[in-house]
Design a binder for this molecule. Structure first.
Ligand SMILES: [Ca+2]
Length: 465
C-alpha cells in the first residue's frame, strides 16, 4: 500500500515536470514577427485611439489582444527617415537620412539646408532583415520601401529591400503620375492594399513552419485621396462627416486598410500561428493636416508638433503578452529592432549599436516601465508639403521642447517652444518663459545630442536671401 502511494506520488511529480518542461519549451519556440506599417495614419484616426468616425474593428480587436501604446512616436515626421529607423534601430540624424527621398528643394529661404544628406539606406547598414535572416528567420518585405535613391527599377534596384536582407520582396508605389499602374485602376486596388495583403497571405501560408519576419508596408493612407466610390459614400453619409477631423475618403481608405489587417490576423489564427506571432502595427508619421485635423494634437505630418510624430502603435503576442492594456511607455520606431532581437533571441552576441531600446519588459509586466526619459528628432529642412521649417526637438519626461533653427541661427525671437504634454497635449501654452530652468536643461540636452549624433545643421543663406 505504502509503495503504491509512493509510486503514485512519483508519477504525479513526473507528469508535473513533463508539463512544465513542455510549457517551457513551448515558450522558447521563437515567435514569428510581423510588422504592419501604415503610411501617414494619424494617432486619432483609429477607433481604439478615440475616433468615432473612422471604422477600424480589426485594428481595435488587435488592441484588445495586446498593448495599445499611447506615447508612441515615429522617429521622424516624414516617411523615409522613420523607415530607416525601423530598419536600423538608429536615429535618422545619426544616419544622416533626415528628409523624405528625394527631398525638398527650397529656394530663397533664410537658411541653406544640408545638401549631402543620405538619399538611400546604405548597404553597409545592418538591417532588421539581415539580422533576422542571420538567426534563421525567413524574411519578406512587401509594399512601400522608400529607402532607395530612385523609386523605379532599374535605378532603384541597388538599394531595394532585396539587397537589405529580405528574401522575398515586392515593392509598391503610391498611385501618382507615371507610377500608377494599369492594374491598380482596373482592379480598383488604388493603394495596393489588396496586392500587399495577397502577397502577405501567400507568404504566411508558405512559411507556416516558421519562424519568419514579414513586413507589410502599406502605401495607404498616403495621398492621393482615392478609394472605392461606394465606400466613400458610406462615410459621406455618416454623422460627423462635416467635422474637420473627419474625412470621408480617408475613412474609406482606413476601412480598406483595416480589412487587410483583419484578413492577415484571420489567416494567422487559421494556421494556429497567431498565438506565437509578435505583431506590430504602426504608422510612419502623423496624418496630413490638410486632409483632416489631427485632434487632439497640433499640426500633422511634416511637423515636430505631436500631430506629426505621435503615432498609433499596437503590439500583440498572445503567448507572452497575456493581458491586454494601454501602455504609457514612451517609445519610438528606433525601439522595434532591439526589442525584436531580444524577444527572438537573435541578439545574443550582438555588438551592434542601436539608439533604440528593448522595450519587451513592458510586454511581460505592464507596471514595469522602461527607464527612458528622452527622445529626439532632427529636421534640418524646409518641408514644402506642410510648411514645416528647420527644427530639432526633444521629449523629456512630460515636456517637449522644439528649437527653431532659423530664429536660433539668425538670432531672432521665439527660438524655442516648451510644452507640458501631460497637461497640454495640444501644445497651446508655450512654457519657455514660464519654466526657464526646464527650457535650459532641455536645450542643453538637445545640443549635446545633436553633437553626439553629429547631426547636419542648416546654415545662413548669405547669397540668395
Ligand atoms: Ca508617411
Amino acid at each position: 500500500m505504502k509503495t503504491s502511494k509512493i509510486k503514485l506520488c512519483y508519477s504525479v511529480i513526473s507528469i508535473c515536470i513533463f508539463l512544465i518542461s513542455c510549457q517551457k519549451s513551448r515558450d522558447n519556440v521563437p515567435p514569428n514577427v510581423l510588422i504592419i506599417i501604415a503610411d501617414d495614419l494619424g494617432w486619432s484616426q483609429i477607433g481604439c485611439y478615440g475616433s468615432t468616425f473612422y471604422e477600424t474593428p480589426n485594428i481595435d480587436k488587435l488592441s484588445k489582444l495586446g498593448i495599445r501604446f499611447s506615447n508612441a512616436y515615429s522617429a521622424a515626421s516624414i516617411c523615409s527617415p522613420t523607415r530607416a529607423a525601423i530598419m536600423t534601430g538608429k536615429y535618422p540624424a545619426r544616419l544622416d537620412l533626415t528628409d523624405f527621398i528625394p527631398g525638398n528643394f527650397p529656394k530663397n529661404k533664410p537658411l541653406l539646408t544640408p545638401e549631402n544628406w543620405q538619399k538611400f539606406l546604405p548597404l553597409d547598414e545592418i538591417t532588421i532583415g539581415e539580422k533576422m535572416e542571420a538567426s534563421g528567420y525567413y524574411t519578406g518585405f512587401f509594399g512601400k520601401w522608400h529607402l532607395s535613391e530612385e523609386k523605379l527599377p532599374p535605378k532603384s534596384l541597388p538599394h531595394n529591400p532585396s539587397k537589405q536582407g529580405f528574401k522575398e520582396t515586392f515593392v509598391t508605389y503610391k498611385p501618382s503620375g507615371k507610377l500608377i499602374k494599369k492594374w491598380q485602376i482596373e482592379k480598383k486596388d488604388f493603394h495596393n492594399v489588396d496586392t500587399i495583403t495577397k502577397r502577405g497571405l501567400e507568404f504566411i501560408e508558405q512559411n507556416k513552419k516558421g519562424p519568419f519576419l514579414l513586413i507589410l508596408s502599406h502605401n495607404t493612407i498616403h495621398d492621393p485621396l482615392l478609394e472605392n466610390q461606394k465606400l466613400i459614400q458610406k462615410y459621406q453619409n455618416k454623422k460627423g462627416s462635416e467635422k474637420k477631423e473627419n474625412n470621408p475618403i480617408i475613412g474609406a481608405m482606413i476601412e480598406t486598410l483595416d480589412l487587410s489587417v483583419g484578413q492577415i490576423v484571420k489567416r494567422l489564427k487559421k494556421l494556429k500561428l497567431f498565438d506565437n506571432t509578435l505583431l506590430i502595427f504602426c504608422s510612419d508619421n502623423g496624418g496630413k493636416q490638410k486632409y483632416a485635423l489631427q485632434k487632439p494634437f497640433k499640426k500633422g505630418k511634416g511637423w515636430l508638433y505631436e500631430g506629426g510624430i505621435r503615432v498609433p502603435l499596437i503590439i500583440s503576442w498572445p503567448r507572452r503578452i497575456r493581458n491586454s492594456f494601454v501602455s504609457e511607455q514612451m517609445t519610438s520606431s528606433i525601439d522595434f529592432l532591439p526589442t525584436i532581437l531580444n524577444v527572438t533571441n537573435s541578439g545574443l552576441n550582438d555588438k551592434s549599436f542601436y539608439d533604440g531600446r528593448d522595450i519587451s519588459q513592458v510586454f511581460y509586466n505592464k507596471s514595469n516601465l522602461i527607464n527612458r526619459d528622452e527622445l529626439y528628432w532632427h529636421y534640418p529642412h524646409y518641408h514644402s508639403g506642410s510648411g514645416m521649417e528647420p527644427a530639432s526637438a526633444i521629449r523629456w519626461k512630460d515636456y517637449k521642447l522644439i528649437q527653431w533653427h532659423e530664429a536660433t541661427i539668425l538670432n531672432q525671437e521665439r527660438q524655442i517652444e516648451l510644452y507640458n504634454l501631460k497637461l497640454d497635449p495640444g501644445e497651446n501654452n508655450d512654457l519657455s518663459q514660464i519654466e526657464p530652468e526646464i527650457a535650459i536643461l532641455m536645450k542643453n540636452k538637445l545640443k549635446n545630442w545633436i553633437k553626439e549624433v553629429d547631426a547636419k545643421m542648416p546654415k545662413v543663406n548669405r547669397e540668395n536671401y
